[in-house]
Design a protein around this ligand. Structure first.
Ligand SMILES: *Cc1c(COP(=O)(O)O)cnc(C)c1O
Length: 430
């Protein structure tokens, strides 16, 4: 299967090309030429995660990987579970935070790292990525110690929690981190400028591990299948009703992957894209007017994005009729509502961090009695220890992954959001 550029449709590349290149010409995103309907969904659902994921992903990658190579990659990448936990009779959380950096981004980043290593044996590459928190950790851990790969991660200085910062700025080795004096959108803009600079990109073998990389999205399809597989084991069809996913959204990569899963034939009725006060998408779906505001800082800081970079893929699926428009809605949830939802979930016996709370709250607007709501648990509550403890008024333990890095020294350099400086930095260290 080929992947084509959504902006420059003549540009077509294989899976390996799309993984290596990240972005296409004119900053266009790659999109699969076809999304093959899978006809054996029930059989697939009966398989274990790794076996099933190989079958789901193989059609996308088969020009570049054999089934057994793909299996090696998936086995190395998905070495931790996705767990569905019931909250009430008709609500469950899909906990995606049992990987090494305690966030769902481990799925995509680990799969991407394994693929890239396979596809770039001869030439040294530089991963340049922007993070509002969890991407940095997931990418740093996924690539740490891999030969021939230099990783440079930029993040908005002072805008992520200390523990989050420690999870990716303390590794050293092939992982370099830059604290940018700006917000996440500034970091993202620097990444785009670097990719536009063709001479630079060629010189250092530039690659982005952002959620624009198609390999990350493909990996994320797999846990939607896992959720439905676990649900159908836990509930009979009549008990279950129609499955609705509520997705805490920032760059909308998670939503994109969910839409791919639905297009492949996974029985999902619809999606709610839940945002915090950075509400470009909910306003757009209501008014048809794309008008990003200044990014505002919220408790769910991994979703503090006002210009989501995966939106063109979602838009394409809706416009091309791959997904019917009624299957996607979007809700913005404010800070106070997020807090009260965390308290409400705590009363139900579930400790939740702000991102998942936004998604839980969004389901309270209009999930019907015939529907079963699954919201995505995108991060472990301990990653947001300070805010969770202060809202719930109870201490949280630190899981081992966090305790291990809490005492380490931050190795970042500071930089103003100036592309000339970044360029110099990248060339110097190459
Ligand atoms: C990245 C992230 C999100 C947003 O995911 P997108 O795919 O960018 O929409 C939500 N929650 C957490 C905890 C994250 O790290």
């Amino acid at each position: 299967m080929k992947f084509y550029n959504l902006k420059e449709n003549d540009e077509k590349v294989s899976f390996a090309g799309a993984v290596r290149q990240g972005l296409g010409k004119n900053q266009g995103l790659f999109f699969p030429e076809e999304i093959p309907a899978l006809d054996n969904i029930q059989e697939l659902l009966a398989l274990p995660l790794v076996e099933r994921s190989v079958k789901v992903l193989y059609p996308f990658v088969k020009d570049d990987l054999s089934e057994s190579e793909l299996k090696e990659i998936v086995t190395a990448a998905f070495n931790f579970p996705a767990l569905l936990q019931p909250i009430t009779e008709d609500r469950a959380i899909l906990e995606l935070f049992h990987g090494p950096t305690l966030a769902f981004k481990d799925f995509g980043a680990r799969f991407m790292a394994q693929c890239l290593q396979k596809f770039s044996k001869e030439k040294k590459i530089t991963i340049l990525t922007a993070t509002s928190g969890d991407t940095g950790a997931a990418v740093a851990h996924a690539f740490h110690g891999l030969d021939n790969i230099r990783v440079v991660i930029m993040y908005p200085k002072g805008k992520i929690s200390l523990l989050q910062e420690k999870m990716f700025t303390t590794l050293g080795g092939n992982i370099e981190t830059l604290a940018i004096d700006g917000d996440f959108d500034d970091c993202q803009a620097l990444v785009k400028q670097a990719f536009d600079d063709k001479a630079l990109a060629a010189e250092i073998g530039l690659n982005s591990a952002n959620s624009i990389n198609i390999s990350r999205l493909l990996a994320q399809i797999c846990y939607y299948f896992e959720a439905v597989a676990q649900l159908s084991r836990q509930k009979s069809k009549s008990q279950l009703g129609d499955v609705v996913f509520s997705i805490p959204s920032g760059n909308f990569g998670n939503l994109t992957a969910g839409l791919f899963a639905k297009a492949l034939g996974l029985p999902i009725k619809r999606f709610i894209a839940a945002t915090n006060e950075n509400d470009t998408v909910p306003r757009y779906l209501e008014t048809g007017d794309w008008s990003p505001n200044e990014t505002v800082a919220t408790m769910s800081n991994a979703m503090d994005v006002s210009n989501p970079n995966n939106w063109p893929r979602v838009e394409h699926m809706l416009k091309a009729g791959i997904i019917e428009e009624a299957a996607v809605s979007s809700v913005s949830v404010g800070e106070e509502q997020t807090q009260s939802t965390m308290l409400q979930l705590n009363k139900l016996g579930y400790i939740c961090e702000p991102h998942a709370a936004v998604a839980y709250k969004a389901m309270q607007y209009g999930v019907t009695e015939q529907e079963f709501g699954v919201f995505l648990g995108t991060a472990h509550p301990a990653k947001f220890k300070e805010v969770v403890e202060s809202i719930l008024g109870q201490p949280l333990g630190l899981p081992k992954e966090l305790a291990d890095c809490a005492g380490e020294k931050i190795l970042s350099s500071d930089m103003t959001p100036d592309f000339a400086l970044l360029r110099e930095y990248l060339l110097k260290g190459n």
